[in-house]
Design a protein around this ligand. Structure first.
Ligand code: DC
Length: 234
């Protein structure tokens, strides 16, 4: 008998800006799953640190952030009109602010902190405990849900990823050079995959999806085929 998708846990990991959220949103939409954007949660913690003055001229005040952690409430809520999942920080909608270049530049350092990760992982496990979820991040298949039913590891070349991010930012009117975006993509790759805490790595049982040359429909079709091959009722 085909397996019920309402119980499925799909883990999508991979480099920054390689389209993880697009696949995750498309799968959520196609099958009525809950989309959990774990990067947004680390971004929200980073935004909190910036807006609460937890940066000195010498950098992040780590001990202050640790003290503040119990006061940081993060929620991912579906906007009933747009159908999009949005990030809320302490009852305030922060979806746009967490995508700024300043947050993007600072988030790798924040997400490398063990106490931040511990709290976010607990929250993510709680959010996904009943299944029917698709999560994207860096450590979903390795740490958050090592028993996930389907694990994808996505990648694409740094130049292609930087171009996508650059186009998104241009569309939003953010003034930024392509070189700065490429630099940010490369530096985050480096930090994400070399950090001590849960470095980005492919789970042994993850399927690799390189979408450098796949469009949105083609990549969704590819994932659907993987689900079908594993007897999920797509
Ligand atoms: O996916 P994103 O670019 O929005 O993620 C923002 C940052 O958060 C990125 O630098 C890596 C980090 N991150 C993480 O360490 N673990 C996750 N599960 C998700 C994101």
């Amino acid at each position: 008998m085909p397996k019920d998708l309402q119980k499925i846990t799909i883990a999508i990991d991979g480099h920054s800006s390689c389209g993880k959220s697009t696949v995750a949103k498309d799968l959520a939409q196609a099958f009525g799953l809950t989309y959990i954007d774990t990067g947004a949660m680390y971004r929200a913690v980073t935004l909190y640190a910036i807006e609460q003055g937890l940066y000195s001229p010498h950098g992040l005040l780590v001990a202050e952030l640790e003290k503040a952690l119990p006061h940081i409430q993060i929620a991912l809520r579906k906007n009933k009109e747009s159908g999009q999942v949005e990030t809320w920080l302490n009852q305030e909608l922060v979806e746009d602010r967490i995508r700024s270049l300043e947050v993007s530049t600072k988030v790798s350092e924040v997400s490398a902190l063990a106490f931040v990760r511990k709290r976010m992982v607990e929250l993510q496990q709680e959010m996904g405990k009943n299944g029917g979820v698709v999560l994207d991040g860096r450590d979903i298949g390795t740490v958050v849900f090592p028993q996930a039913d389907l694990k994808l590891f996505m990648t694409a070349s740094p130049e292609i990823r930087a171009q996508r991010r650059y186009d998104e930012m241009q569309a939003k009117g953010e003034k930024v050079s392509f070189e700065a975006v490429l630099e940010n993509v490369k530096s985050r790759d480096h930090i994400d995959s070399t950090r001590a805490e849960s470095p980005l790595r492919k789970a042994d049982d993850a399927l690799v999806l390189d979408n450098s040359r796949l469009d949105r429909q083609a990549q969704l079709a590819w994932v659907m085929q993987q689900l079908k091959d594993r007897s999920w009722a797509v």
